[in-house]
Design a protein around this ligand. Structure first.
Ligand SMILES: Nc1nc2c(ncn2[C@@H]2O[C@H](COP(=O)(O)OP(=O)(O)O)[C@@H](O)[C@H]2O)c(=O)[nH]1
Ligand SMILES: [Mg+2]
Length: 219
């Protein structure tokens, strides 16, 4: 019972900080995009590609969370975007407070897009609002088409679901119809994109979506 209370209080505190983050992003006209997926689903690869293609038109920055190492931060910095790497130690998700501290390190003037690469997993990050304007959940074809059914909470919270690594669908024996059905049944609210950060297939609709959301007033 004690533990439940602690968790509940932590989540209430997180929600309060998330509200502050959200109003900061809104007042600055920044679209914050929380990117969630299991380890290796292709979060960093998609962000590298997205930054390379959009950064020139829409100034962007990244906050990236991992348990350990600055590998992803260094990969993402090659795009020229400002990047803050958070290492969480044993914490399996990012919290609104961590994002607030990271954002203090970023130049917000003129910024339009803030990508937040969450710690890789489909469980812990689901309950933590970061104050984002868009929540994007990735599903790679190599994970299997049933993951939305097995991890419904995170998919139910998604504004968009991005099926990644479509270039590997054949070798992986990925059943696209089953995946479509699983996403539709668990996350009917989500816009769905199919793409490969490797070949570039399907990136156009993903970029158009981000630009549409930027146009709707960020935050
Ligand atoms: N074939 C293929 N490999 C990809 C694609 N996206 C990512 N990968 C590979 O998948 C592995 C994990 O990618 P990464 O972006 O680090 O995943 P993250 O852990 O979700 O950030 C790396 O070896 C990437 O090169 C893709 O679209 N196609
Ligand atoms: Mg990564």
């Amino acid at each position: 019972l004690q533990v439940l209370e602690v968790n509940r209080n932590l989540l209430i505190k997180n929600d309060e900080q998330a509200r502050r983050n959200r109003s900061l992003f809104k007042s600055r006209g920044v679209l914050a995009v929380n990117v969630l997926a299991s380890p290796g689903a292709g979060k960093t690869a998609l962000l590298e590609r997205t930054l390379a293609d959009l950064c020139g038109r829409h100034p962007a920055a990244v906050v990236v969370g991992d348990l350990a190492t600055d590998h992803d931060g260094r990969r993402l910095r090659r795009s020229g975007a400002a990047v803050v790497q958070l290492t969480t130690g044993t914490v399996c998700h990012l919290e609104a407070e961590m994002v607030a501290r990271a954002v203090e390190q970023l130049p917000l003037d003129g910024l339009r897009l803030l990508f937040i690469e969450n710690v890789g997993n489909l469980v812990c990050p689901a309950g933590y609002d970061l104050g984002e304007g868009l929540r994007v959940v990735l599903l790679s074809v190599t994970e299997g088409e049933d993951k939305p059914l097995k991890y419904p909470k995170i998919f139910k919270s998604a504004d968009a679901v991005v099926v990644t690594k479509t270039d590997l669908a054949g070798p992986a024996g990925f059943d696209a119809a089953a995946a479509r059905g699983a996403i539709e049944s668990v996350a009917p609210q989500a816009e769905v994109f199919w793409l490969s950060a490797r070949t570039g297939e399907g990136l156009g609709p993903w970029y158009a979506y981000l630009e549409r959301r930027l146009g709707h007033g960020a935050g």
